[in-house]
Design a protein around this ligand. Sequence first.
Ligand SMILES: *Cc1c(COP(=O)(O)O)cnc(C)c1O
Length: 375
Amino acid sequence: MRKLQMVDLKSQYEKIKEDVNASIQEVLDTTTYVNGPLVHQFQADLEKYLGAKHVIPCANGTDALQIAMMGLGLKPGDEVITADFTFAATVEVIALLQLTPVLVDVDLDTMNISIEAIKNAITPKTKAIVPVHLFGRAANMDAIMEIAKEHNLFVIEDNAQAIGANYTWNDGAKQKVGTIGNVGATSFFPSKNLGCYGDGGAIFTNDDELAHTLRGIVNHGMYVRYHHDVVGVNSRLDSIQAGVLKAKLPHLDEYNQARRTAAKKYNDILSQNENIVVPQFDWNGDDHVFHQYVIRITNGKRDDLLAHLQEKGIPCAIYYPIPLHEQKAYVDSRYNEADFNVTNQLCKEVIALPMHTELDDEQIQFITDAVLEFV
Ligand SMILES: *Cc1c(COP(=O)(O)O)cnc(C)c1O
């Protein structure tokens, strides 16, 4: 059996080595390290793939979120609603811009932001909602866009974990996640579904004016060289990373399908156990692209299982062990513990098993045997 890893980037690279190496060589040969032709080619390829009018590449996913919020002109004191159960980057940039983060609970079955909780958190100061398509599953965009319209709020999609997922609207139409709100942000961190070999990120929007603003912000607020019209940042996707991404993008659908196939195999085996809750997903749809495969252990033995799997050499992880509202940097006296029941429960029950594009049946059998013999 091949070595078990949380993410197997080496085996994936072996299969696309020629294309990736040729892309990198092209950058080296042309010495266009920053803002070279490959950045523009990748940008155009991604716009086409997503059906998004504008893709603005940048340095990483955290910057993408920050720049998106800067571009929308959010001001200190504006309230921004986001999920309590997510990676800290989302709330970090809200706080960094001196906006007021308003963390809300998530739903137990989808682990995505709760629509009821959003409704309850809206005040006259609310300016934006940041849904996170957590673990690769699209959030309920029908409901979120309706609330946003009703209350005149911006929607900023944190799409760091769900690139390539299709959201299916209530009327059956499909749209790529990240292109639905006013703006979407993604990360090309190596372990993400579309990962480069370093840091990278991008912002998506269908709004021409906003796209123009964002292109200036990523480049020191310059629209004309050495004319700084707004306060910007330096956030670039470098050409070598763009080359890697350009070579990998044509494989994204097949990669996401491989993840879904692995998730289905895990589900088929693990759902037999009454102490395990597996992620439900529509095999015929594609609104879940399994950035992570996360199950819940409901008999209180999650931590023991973690130790058991680690002892057997099976990598696994807890995403996320502490709710954001309990993190020192983000505690807020306005929060009421009773409003975070689901996040508090998830932090005690979730465990992520290895999930990547190269998982084979033998590995899945070995991992699930080890889980079932213990739980
Ligand atoms: C990875 C991630 C980010 C940040 O992306 P970086 O490229 O690491 O800065 C933001 N939000 C979520 C939900 C993520 O998973």
